[in-house]
Design a protein around this ligand. Structure first.
Ligand code: 13P
Ligand code: ZN
Ligand code: NA
Length: 283
């Protein structure tokens, strides 16, 4: 069955690689991620935003996840990504999700702590691991839109306090990445990450990892990033390949035909990202 992220993170921290977390949206993208992770013998996290859950159905996703876990030997975690509602989190824990992110990063520190702690206390009763964010990423992730002027870097000292006060299992940090594509070159504050690392011993999470050069992501992994979130870099090649298929075959109407080039294009990127994270062969 699908698992929480505790064991996969422990091993990743010890051996200094990261677990890739891929945002999926439907059966096809789910298949590409688990099939490719299994081929490369990589542990993997499949992430669903609130919008994806309402689109695909949390119960369907858990069933697919458990089917994949039965089919393959690799550790597979299904993760709620950027959930803001405790009630929703409770509901999907009941459905079988074993890993959740409570995103209260838009609230002031004290309020963020209070909301997160409540989720942690609840989730841990059910063996569910919890991620939370301190600081705030800019950019667009499914239905989450944060203006650049509202983005805020993680304060290292606060990060230490935040982890202590909440009891979370992993911490999402804001160090210059943004959700989606960058206007110019992404500027990552590696020194800040290093400082956060010195304050925090739990696994650190890099959101917004699409559209960042591999060398930069690898540097963040060396500095303590343990989970790398990737969404946009999968969505673009998938949809481009489907568009191209329809351009070449304007009368196509068989989903088994027109979805396949999308899956193939996405598979290449999933492979690259697993290699970037260094999680291949680590299942
Ligand atoms: P990207 O779309 O930039 O890859 O961000 C993904 C993410 O952080 C999901 O939570
Ligand atoms: Zn994110
Ligand atoms: Na990004």
């Amino acid at each position: 069955n699908i698992v929480n992220t505790i064991d996969m993170f422990r091993k990743a921290q010890q051996e200094e690689y990261a677990i890739p977390a891929f945002n999926i949206h439907n059966l096809e993208t789910f298949q590409v991620v688990v099939d490719t992770a299994a081929e490369l013998n990589s542990p993997v996290i499949l992430a669903s935003t609130p919008g994806t859950i309402s689109y695909s159905g949390g119960d369907y996703l858990v069933s697919i996840g458990n089917a994949a876990a039965k089919r393959y030997e690799i550790p597979i975690a299904l993760h709620l990504d950027h959930f803001e509602s405790f009630e929703e989190i409770k509901k999907y824990i009941e459905f079988g999700f074993k890993s959740v992110m409570i995103d209260a990063s838009h609230h002031p520190f004290e309020e963020n702590v209070k909301i997160v702690k409540e989720v942690v206390d609840y989730a841990h009763e059910y063996g569910v691991s919890v991620e939370a964010e301190l600081g705030r990423l800019g950019g667009v992730e499914d239905d989450l839109v944060v203006d650049e002027k509202d983005a805020k870097f993680t304060n290292p000292e606060q990060a230490g306090k935040f982890v202590e006060l909440t009891g979370i299992d992993s911490l999402a940090v804001a160090i210059g990445t943004a959700h989606g594509l960058y206007k110019g070159e992404p500027k990552i504050d590696f020194d800040r990450l290093d400082e956060i690392r010195s304050m925090v011993s739990i696994p650190l999470v890099l959101h917004g990892a699409s559209d960042i050069p591999d060398t930069m992501v690898k540097r963040t992994i060396e500095l303590g990033i343990c989970k790398v979130n990737i969404a946009t870099d999968l969505k673009i090649p998938f949809s481009n390949a489907v568009k191209q298929y329809f351009t070449e075959n304007p009368d196509a109407n068989d989903p088994r035909k027109y979805m396949t080039p999308g899956k193939e294009a996405m598979k290449k990127v999933v492979e690259e990202k697993i290699l970037m994270c260094g999680s291949n062969g680590k299942a």
